[in-house]
Write a protein that binds this ligand. Structure first.
Ligand SMILES: Cc1cc2nc3c(=O)[nH]c(=O)nc-3n(C[C@H](O)[C@H](O)[C@H](O)COP(=O)(O)O)c2cc1C
Length: 230
């Protein structure tokens, strides 16, 4: 049982965001959510659990104390508050575009700012979901390699392949224990193609969260709290 921050990006698998949020709450977690603008095209926020507040990029720039809408000293910085609150970050689904941004360190929205500001080794679980050819693109391999390199896998241990498979086992491995990657799985995708690229199932994701929490040292998890969205 932990404070789980669920980030949702613009893959078609985001239609399962409400189901995933309900499953995390049912598993006993406290859940807060953030979604990219594209993710919001795939699910109805009203279908989320009442106790799992959803933040968007608009919330990042909402400063209710200011008549002109500008940030004033002592206003909250939402991505830092969420980072401070969360014991685990779950990005599900993680689409190709946001994966690329994480790998490059780009942080132009709430979700990527949280990732960039994340305090490692607090656990992170990534659940990629994309078309098979997107997944098999050398760009995916390059982005996975960059994430591993940033998070502890170095030198001869770091694969140089142009396909994603050789990188997968390193996530959650001895050099990168705090960053897990779940899936993607092979299936008939929403676009009609058959192949690897589907998001792992909701029970698999809940199980991955439990595994990542049990593997993470207690001192890596913060005690701080953030009040839920009012
Ligand atoms: C109907 C539809 C389905 C999409 N599904 C996926 C997907 O499963 N995986 C993916 O990587 N991109 C998918 N995309 C593309 C992303 O939505 C697009 O790259 C977007 O810019 C991602 O932005 P974000 O990462 O900020 O959410 C889809 C786009 C559309 C219109």
């Amino acid at each position: 049982m932990a404070r789980v921050l669920l980030g949702v990006t613009g893959s078609v698998a985001a239609i399962r965001a409400p189901e995933l949020a309900h499953a995390l709450v049912a598993a006993g977690h406290e859940v807060q959510m953030m979604a990219t603008a594209s993710a919001l095209r795939f699910f109805d926020p009203l279908a989320l659990p009442n106790n799992a507040p959803l933040y968007t990029d608009a919330d990042e720039w909402r400063f209710p104390r200011s008549p002109d809408g500008r940030w004033s000293r002592d206003d909250a910085v939402l991505h830092i508050e969420l980072r401070a609150w969360a014991e685990l970050l779950l990005l599900a689904p993680l689409d190709a575009h946001s994966l690329g941004k994480l790998a490059l360190g780009l942080s132009d929205n709430l979700l990527t700012c949280v990732f960039r500001a994340w305090e490692h080794p607090r656990p992170v679980v990534l659940a990629p979901a994309m078309n098979t050819l997107m997944w098999e693109s050398p760009q995916t391999a390059r982005h996975l390699r960059a994430l591993l390199e940033d998070h502890g896998v170095e030198g001869a241990a770091l694969p140089t392949a142009r396909r994603p498979e050789p990188y997968l086992a390193h996530f959650g491995g001895p050099s990168c224990p705090h960053m897990q990657l779940v899936g993607p799985v092979e299936k008939r995708l929403a676009c009609g193609d058959f192949g690897v690229g589907g998001m792992s199932s909701v029970p698999e994701l809940v199980e991955a969260v439990a595994r990542a929490l049990s593997a993470s040292p207690a001192q890596a998890r913060p005690a701080s709290t953030l009040s839920s969205k009012d």
